[in-house]
Write a protein that binds this ligand. Sequence first.
Ligand SMILES: [Zn+2]
Length: 338
Amino acid sequence: MPPTVYATWVPSPQHRYGDHPESPARLRGLADLREAHDGTIWLEAPLAPIETITRAHHPNYVAYLQQIVRHGPAVIDYAPTYVTPTSFDDARRAAGGVLAVLDAVLQNESARGFAWIRPPGHHATRTQAMGFCLFNNIAIAAHEALARGIAPIAIVDFDAHHGNGTQNIFWHEERVGFVSTHQEDIYPGTGDFDEAEHARGRILNLPLPARTDDEGYARVFDQVIGPWMERWQPALILVSAGFDAHWRDPLTQLGLSARGFAALAQRLVQWANAWARGRIVFALEGGYDPLAVAASGRAVWAVLHERPLPEDPLGPAPMKGPDVADRILYARRLHHLG
Ligand SMILES: [Zn+2]
C-alpha cells in the first residue's frame, strides 16, 4: 500500500504586487495537481488561530501586521516584502494550510503531506516580516507539533536562501533541530557555518557555492544531513521546500534540477521512514521561475506518491557544479559527525 498523501492548496490570488516575483503565477504550473485522481487527500486550509501563530511570533508583530495590511498595497521591508489588504488573512491561511496537513499526518499512520502555500514563511522572524515572508509557516507548524508532545523535530530547509526566520524562532529551542542549505553570500546575508555557536549539532548552516548541482547537494545530504538525522532521531520531519535552488531561478545562482530536488525528497522520506514513523510535511517556500517550480514540484510530488518521476522538460543545469568536499568536511567536524 502506498502511503496516503495529504495536501492543501493556498495560492492567495489577491496577495500580489505589480511585477513582484513572489506572485500567484508561481503556482500556476501546478494547479492541475488538484484535478488528478492520484489518491491525494486535499484538505481545506482554515485561517490559523491567532493563539497558534503567537507561539512563533510576538503578539505585537501579529497586531502590527493586522493593522498595516489595511494601508496596503504597501512595501513593509527592504527585500521588498509587500502586503495587500488581504495579506493578513492570506498569511493566516498559508499557516493554516500547513497546520491542516500536519494534523492529518499526525493522526494517520503511513501519511505524509505537502502544503502548496503562499506567501512563504522562512524569513519571517519572531518579530518581523522579511524576504517576502509574513508568518513563518513551518515554525508555526513545528510549535504546534511541540504543543502536542512531538519531539524532537527536524526542520530541513533546502530553499536557496538561509532560513533565518526559522533559525531565529528556534534559536534556544532544544527540541527543534534546524538544517539549512543555501547559496552563500546572497539574501539575507546570514547562515554562515559557525554562526549558531551555542547550538552545535542542533542548528546546521550549510552555505554552498554558486552553481552547486544535483551531485553536490546529494553529497551534502548523504554525508552531513544523513548522519545528523541518525543522531537527532526526529519524531517528525518538516521541510521548508523552496524551489529557488533550481538552476533556472532568476533570483539565485544554484544548480539543482527537478530530478535533483526529487533525489533530496527521496532521502528525506527515507529518513522519515527510518526515524519518524514516516511522518513528514513539506511546505512551499520560494521558487521564482514558474516552469522550474512546476517541474520540481511535480518531481517531489511523484516521490511522495512513490510513483516514477515524470519527464523533466528543463533537464539538468548547463554547467557542472563546484566540488563541495571541503564544505562537507568542515561541517562534519564542526558538528562532530565523525
Ligand atoms: Zn528563497
